[in-house]
Design a protein around this ligand. Structure first.
Ligand SMILES: [Fe+2]
Length: 338
């Protein structure tokens, strides 16, 4: 039984030397931005007070915010961690417990934020498929411009030790594994994890922890957009502005999202996605491969695995398994020496 049950991811926190430059990028990416107390906030259209926050400083990923149901959940978390419940000094207010995960990322557990009605909801266009006619007696006429980001959907962290980080997040927040990735049989590389919201369907993953070569750090944060048209319009808009595309457009296998990845001015990756899988707590957990993790059902292949001379998924898996085993060996060696 975990200490709390996370309801969703709330925000990602960065530092950047130039808030005006970050604001230009985020607005082209499709967030509504405002500054308060020297910090830059970006929000979607889902009424949450913010989803992206930037402080002035050397460019860095600082951490993430996780939403809990209520203040009692925060009290339980604070008690077990020897931490304090503090007022959250950010738009929407509420309460926060500040923790550090095993890799030193700040984790802000938040509850009691005020949500307002300021968000502009984007009406559905009504997509006509061959079997389901939903848009009748009206034409598609799309406004050119940035995507309309609705909400933050997930974050992906590269971790030093997958099992250690998995335990840390699951014990505190009750995450459920949707798909555990094995680099080789019996060698876990990471897991896509969803929130335990009982019988309420929730995103296939809210957090993905992965022990990849290169060590711990931020991998990407992903924002849900209004729909497929909106994602494609956003792609054209960012491309026309000369922004750095990272990967896309395509459809993932695990989670099924249609995706499009971009880099902010300091190289941190942000993703647009739409049409992801939704599962309940009883939908269980699966094992999956490196190919499942990186392959696409259609669209742009993973950049490092594109082209004639690219390594195979199987060889990439072997390399990752070797890396994980090597690090386990060094950790064991260090413990024995100590
Ligand atoms: Fe993603």
């Amino acid at each position: 039984m975990s200490i709390t049950r996370v309801e969703d991811i709330g925000h990602v926190r960065f530092a950047a030397p130039d808030l005006a430059e970050m604001r230009r990028f985020l607005e082209e990416f499709g967030l509504s931005c405002f500054e308060r107390d020297g910090r830059l906030y970006g929000r979607g259209s889902d009424d949450a007070p913010f989803a992206h926050v930037t402080e002035r400083g050397e460019a860095a990923f600082l951490g993430l915010g996780l939403r809990l149901a209520d203040r009692e959940s925060l009290e339980r978390l604070a008690d077990s961690e020897g931490a304090r419940v503090e007022p959250f000094d950010a738009p929407g207010g509420g309460w926060v417990v500040r923790l550090r995960d095993p890799d030193g990322n700040a984790v802000e557990a938040v509850a009691g934020q005020a949500w307002d009605e300021a968000g502009a909801h984007v009406p559905e266009s009504g997509f006509n498929s061959a079997a389901l006619r939903r848009r009748l007696r009206s034409a598609v006429r799309l406004a050119q411009g940035p995507s309309r980001v609705r909400r933050l959907g997930h974050a992906v962290l590269n971790v030093a030790d997958f099992r250690r980080s998995e335990r840390w997040y699951k014990e505190r927040f009750g995450f459920i594994t949707s798909d555990e990735i094995e680099a080789a049989p019996g060698v876990a590389l990471g897991a896509f994890m969803r929130c335990d919201r009982g019988d309420q369907p929730t995103d296939h993953h809210t957090l993905f922890l992965a022990q990849l070569p290169g060590g711990p750090g931020f991998n990407h944060a992903a924002f849900e957009v209004a729909g497929l048209d909106d994602l494609m319009l956003g792609h054209a808009h960012l491309k026309a502005r000369g922004r750095n595309a990272a990967w896309g457009v395509g459809r993932h296998k695990l989670g099924s999202q249609i995706f499009d990845y971009w880099k902010d001015p300091w190289g941190h990756e942000l993703e647009h996605w739409t049409d992801g899988d939704l599962f309940t707590a009883e939908d269980g957990s699966n094992k999956a491969t490196v190919r499942d993790m990186l392959d696409v059902q259609w669209g742009s292949p993973f950049p490092a695995l594109a082209g004639k001379r690219a390594p195979s998924f199987e060889n990439v898996g072997r390399l990752m398994a070797f890396n994980i085993r090597l690090r386990q060996l060094f950790r064991r060696g260090r413990k024995e020496v100590a």
